[in-house]
Design a protein around this ligand. Structure first.
Ligand SMILES: [Zn+2]
Length: 295
């Protein structure tokens, strides 16, 4: 069970979001900056995401009438502007996902701010607006990330894992919703095989790999919660895997009472309930620590 289930709109039993992190080949360039430019296999494995995976995904969403969320590094947006245009043209959301997939915990605070704001400027230039949401590359948000999001007026983060359903994070500087991901419905563990950046995973069959995400859905549905897929177009957008997803989506939409929406809308809906006094949101107070915990 969930202690404080959110009363979803129109009696829906579960809010659902498929979120795609469109990393493309940013992953190899940040991991192997000296020679990534001439590593054609990882470049092409990444390029498949925006050029082949995303059009396929958008086609399904159009057919099923879904609007969803995508997170893109700024570098990737500049490199694949037609992908940005296609996503926006269909009415989907694009969230902030770093500049070139740099890990915030691996760089200095000034470098983190510079990369964050560089990506922000690209969002404004290419989408005509500030992004409302953010996902840290490899989920590695730190306190400075949360501070930057609050400073720049973001509505939500989607990197942290303190609950099953959206919750509120409060700091001395302000507040921010969290749309919590988890590895249980992330496609990286079952599908990413990427020796060049340190992942040597046994690749699962499409139905087996996606079963983890779908079992997460069943538990959230039963509890009246929030289900989110954290997937990558270059992994789950591939032909055989997306075929499994399409069939699952068709079945869920036909047989269950679900609300699929972009994270931006789900968070705005929760915020509306809170503002109207109709829902008591669980709150986490940050920072958790201000220095090393071990003496
Ligand atoms: Zn990513």
């Amino acid at each position: 069970m969930i202690q404080n289930p959110i009363p979803w709109p129109n009696g829906a039993r579960c809010a659902c979001a498929i979120t795609f992190d469109v990393d493309a080949d940013s992953l190899i360039h940040i991991a192997r900056p000296a020679d990534s430019f001439d590593r054609l296999y990882p470049i092409t494995m990444g390029r498949y995401g925006p050029t082949v995976g995303v059009p396929r995904i958008l086609d399904t969403y159009r057919r099923l009438g879904l609007k969803q969320s995508f997170f893109m590094p700024g570098w990737t947006m500049e490199r694949y502007p037609q992908t940005v245009e296609a996503i926006l043209r269909e009415g989907h959301e694009i969230g902030h996902h770093g500049y070139i997939h740099e890990d915030p915990t691996e760089i200095s605070a000034p470098a983190q701010r510079a990369a964050f704001e560089r990506a922000l400027a690209i969002h404004v230039a290419l989408t005509g607006r500030m992004p409302r949401g953010y996902r840290a590359p490899v989920y590695n948000a730190n306190q400075a990330t949360i501070d930057l999001l609050i400073e720049h007026g973001f509505a939500y983060d989607s990197s942290l894992m303190a609950d099953d359903i959206p919750y509120l994070m409060k700091t001395a500087r302000g507040q921010l919703y969290e749309a919590p991901p988890h590895w249980g419905s992330d496609d990286w563990p079952p599908f990413a095989h990427y020796a060049e950046i340190g992942y040597m995973m046994p690749v699962k069959a499409p139905s087996e790999g996606l079963a983890a995400s779908f079992e997460e859905f069943e538990a959230q549905y039963e509890a009246g919660g929030f289900w989110m897929g954290i997937w990558h177009p270059f992994l789950t957008g591939r032909l055989a895997r997306w075929r499994v997803v399409e069939r699952w989506l068709e079945n869920v939409l036909a047989t269950r009472s679900v609300w699929f929406a972009p994270l931006e809308e789900i968070v705005a809906y929760v915020d509306g309930l809170v503002a109207a006094g109709r829902y008591q949101v669980r709150t986490e107070t940050l920072p958790y620590f201000t220095g090393p915990v071990m003496p």
